[in-house]
Design a protein around this ligand. Structure first.
Ligand code: HMG
Ligand code: MG
Length: 288
């Protein structure tokens, strides 16, 4: 089938299962299991895999030992193995563990910022500056996440102008792309479109990623809506794992295998082996 209209002909999938997927499950998985998951995702042809995060293990116990996971995975050349880093310490640990990309994360709402990373939005941006400075020196690209772009569990509605301004701020401080998080999974398609069109007035569409949780079963519809606007970077988690411990009520990320099914049906290329990914879905089923 040919791709028609304004849809992208190719989409980059950022697989966040080993990080967003596993950070919120009740059990802390052994390092070997986390390594096996990353290796299977590499085999499936995912080219950008978020392996873990370097945050306080007291706050997110499931992400402890991310350094051991990084050290044990079988890397393939050209694949990005990234880590979430909230501050300089996290960046230094990620670098030592061998992450070849990092992501800083910030919220579009003050309430979530406080609960998630224990500081204001402005303070969080200030913390990212030294991370980006060191990353640039080390030749490590930095991705930026912006959470709660469609609403906050603590503050409610989030003004779209604030989402656009903070997206621009993340690009201005040196992030190469900004991933717009519907952290709660509460957005609907026209809202998603409105968020993206507003952000696209300040950030080139090629630098905008969609990171949609699927609490109300809207994530695929929301992705369709933003792809119509030209978004060609999609975050997803195999098996629909995921959620944030500080986003009460949120469910998992949009499942990678469902995104692939939709994209294949639309004739949009990803480079991921959908058949092999099914075996990875089976592998993670017991962690849901
Ligand atoms: P803090 O609470 O402001 O306090 O931490 P601190 O800086 O004084 O540190 C507190 C403790 O954490 C200290 O240890 C530090 O040493 C330690 P203690 O003295 O209590 O033993 N610490 C660290 N440990 C390991 N690695 C570090 C580090 N930094 C400090 N890098 C901090 C701030 C951000 C670290 C903390 O609040 C935290 O870890 N929060 C968890 C944030 C998190 O991982 N949230 C989930 C990921 S975000 C998400 O899921 C959303 C996303 O998917 C997009 C979306 O869906 O919208 C990305
Ligand atoms: Mg998330």
């Amino acid at each position: 089938m040919q791709v028609s209209g304004d849809f992208p002909s190719r989409v980059k999938i950022v697989e966040v299962g080993p990080r967003d997927g596993l950070q919120n499950i009740s059990q802390v998985l052994p390092v070997e299991t986390r390594v096996a998951l990353v290796d299977k995702l590499t085999e499936a042809g995912l080219r950008h895999i978020e392996v873990g995060s370097f945050v306080s293990p007291k706050r997110v116990p499931a992400m402890a030992d991310s350094d051991k996971v990084f050290k044990a995975i079988k890397r393939k050349p050209g694949i990005i193995y990234s880590a979430l880093t909230p501050n300089l310490r996290g960046f230094e640990d990620a670098l030592a563990a061998g992450a070849n990309e990092v992501a800083v994360f910030c919220s579009a709402s003050e309430g979530f910022s406080r609960h998630n990373i224990n500081c204001s939005i402005a303070e969080s941006i200030n913390r990212f500056n030294p991370v980006i400075e060191q990353a640039q020196k080390a030749g490590i690209p930095v991705r930026g996440y912006l959470s709660c772009v469609m609403g906050c569990p603590y503050d409610g509605d989030v003004p779209v102008a604030q989402v656009a301004d903070l997206s621009q701020a993340l690009i201005d401080i040196g992030c190469y792309e900004v991933s717009l998080g519907d952290t709660l999974g509460i957005g609907t398609p026209l809202q998603a479109k409105a968020v993206v069109t507003n952000v696209a007035e300040k950030v080139p569409i090629a630098k905008i990623a969609a990171h949609f949780h699927d609490t109300h079963g809207q994530a695929l519809a929301n992705l369709y809506a933003v792809m119509e606007e030209g978004v060609a970077i999609i975050d997803a988690a195999v098996g629909g794992l995921g959620g944030c411990p500080y986003a009460p009520g949120a469910s998992g990320n949009v499942p990678t295998e469902k995104v692939l099914y939709m994209l294949q049906g639309m004739g949009i290329k990803t480079g991921v082996n959908a058949q092999y990914l099914k075996t990875v879905v089976q592998f993670v089923k017991s962690y849901r």
